[in-house]
Design a protein around this ligand. Structure first.
Ligand SMILES: [Zn+2]
Length: 68
């Protein structure tokens, strides 16, 4: 009846893009048995072995500046 959720998702053209905060791929040292590559968000410092994870909002910390 009474819409109380105003849509404020008009952030197209934001100055910050996720690509600017993706660091990688990084290679783990070969001394690690199952060495792999990983990517890191330079804002919230979370890491993943799959770059596509970095493009998901839920992957990042609540205060990550990539997703204001
Ligand atoms: Zn982040």
């Amino acid at each position: 009846m009474n819409p109380s959720h105003p849509t404020t998702e008009n952030r197209i053209g934001s100055a910050i893009s996720i690509e600017q905060h993706i660091s990688g791929p990084h290679w783990e040292p070969p001394t690690i048995p199952n060495a792999t590559t990983y990517w890191r968000c330079t804002s919230c410092h979370r890491e993943s072995t799959r770059e596509q994870d970095l493009h998901r909002e839920r992957f990042h910390a609540p205060d990550c500046e990539v997703w204001p």
